[in-house]
Design a protein around this ligand. Structure first.
Ligand code: MRU
Length: 369
């Protein structure tokens, strides 16, 4: 997608040196656009843990390239150990997004097929690139499917603007390209459908305020920032036609883990008969968990709630204390939206109801394994 008119992905190998992986450091956005170079698996794990990169798809791609860096750095005769240690380090960096373990396991499985260290390194690199390319392609495809829902609503409104509410950032910054929740919006725009997006600010990290609003502006999509508390009221006022969010992990029974606050939006949408869709590439499905309540929920630092960062009038980025120093805070990063509140899951293969039978029908190879 575009930044100041120039095409970018969120992660890519340095064209001058394959031993370096380049990322957009999302911590300073939208104020500063910084490209960071990663040269070890440790740096990749830190970038995931400390949210230089974030979002399910991008976490998966970064983990995959982290395994590539581990393979390059391994000393003679130590390649298998380096990959195994790299996998443990990456797996521990963030707990909720399924894409992380999915990507690491896929790399390990492919590496296991090689007959020499040289071939192993080559396969690891090629698989990391394939994971990144697939992530972008799957997001683009789910955009096409999701667009059909927006088109129907637009027709029902006689071509008037479709108002879409989204939470957090499930945009291209959360993936390698296109995004999940935003892909149908970009596809609708490309199809000439009038769209407007309500962007939840998404406290405490403010992914909506800092990332989604900026990303949509860069793509020329009409959007308005709202507080996290505003969505229910706007739905009652009939100012929201549909909700589209992303997910970090979705059980094969249709329960969805997504950024904290998603559940409340789903409840409000349900109460107001507003369609609530979740967009995801299949790498986000957990084919083993039957219950959303078994998804590990990340708990992050209290400081993300008790402080706030932003740009001063003279252009410095500063972090300020919001609360009294004694204030304790609880910072669960995600919540679970039960399948019964979800109108449908938008995937790269099409749209499915959020239940085991329909999900397995769309992905029969997973149902059998
Ligand atoms: O903590 P983050 O920013 O990595 O969490 C990301 C989200 O929860 C997004 O809402 C998104 O839907 C999941 S990633 C596509």
């Amino acid at each position: 997608m575009k930044i100041n008119g120039q095409q970018y992905r969120t992660i890519w190998p340095d064209p001058a040196d394959k031993a370096k992986i380049l990322i957009i450091d999302q911590r300073k956005l939208p104020h500063e656009f910084i490209i960071e170079s990663l040269s070890s698996v440790k740096e990749a794990a830190t970038a995931i843990r400390d949210m230089h990169v974030r979002g399910a798809g991008l976490i998966g791609a970064t983990a995959a390239f982290g395994m590539h860096l581990a393979s390059i750095q391994a000393t003679r005769g130590k390649l298998d150990t380096a990959l195994a240690e790299g996998a443990v380090l990456l797996d521990r960096s963030r707990p909720t997004a399924k894409n992380l373990k999915w990507a690491v396991d896929r790399i390990l499985e492919t590496a296991g097929k090689a007959n020499s260290d040289e071939e192993k390194r080559k396969l690891v690199y090629e698989t990391a690139c394939a994971i990144a390319d697939e992530d972008a392609a799957f997001c683009k495809a789910l955009g096409v499917h999701g667009c059909s829902i927006i088109e129907k609503i637009s027709k029902a409104k006689g071509g008037e603007t479709v108002n879409i509410l989204t939470h957090c950032n499930a945009g291209w910054l959360a993936f390698v390209d296109y995004g999940s929740a935003t892909a149908p919006i970009y596809a609708a725009r490309d199809a000439g459908i009038k769209v407007h997006v309500w962007v939840d600010e998404t406290r405490p990290w403010n992914q909506g305020a800092r990332l989604t609003a900026w990303e949509l502006q860069q793509e020329g999509i009409d959007c308005t920032l709202i507080t996290d508390n505003a969505g229910g009221h706007l739905m009652q006022q009939r100012m929201v036609d549909m909700v589209i969010v992303g997910t970090d992990r979705t059980t094969h029974t249709g329960d969805v883990a997504n950024k904290i606050g998603t559940y409340l939006k789903a409840l409000a949408a349900h109460d107001n008969n507003i369609p609530f869709y979740v967009a995801l590439p299949s790498s986000t499905f957990d084919w083993e968990l039957d219950n959303g309540s078994d998804i590990p929920i990340e708990e992050r630092s209290e400081k993300e709630i008790t402080t706030i960062s932003g740009m001063t009038e003279d252009g410095r980025i500063e972090t300020l204390q919001l609360t009294s120093p004694e204030t304790r805070a609880l910072n669960h990063g995600f919540d679970i939206t039960p399948a019964r509140l979800i109108s449908g899951l938008i995937t790269e293969r099409g749209i499915t109801a959020a239940n085991k039978e329909d999900i397995h029908r769309l992905f029969p190879e997973k149902a059998m394994s």
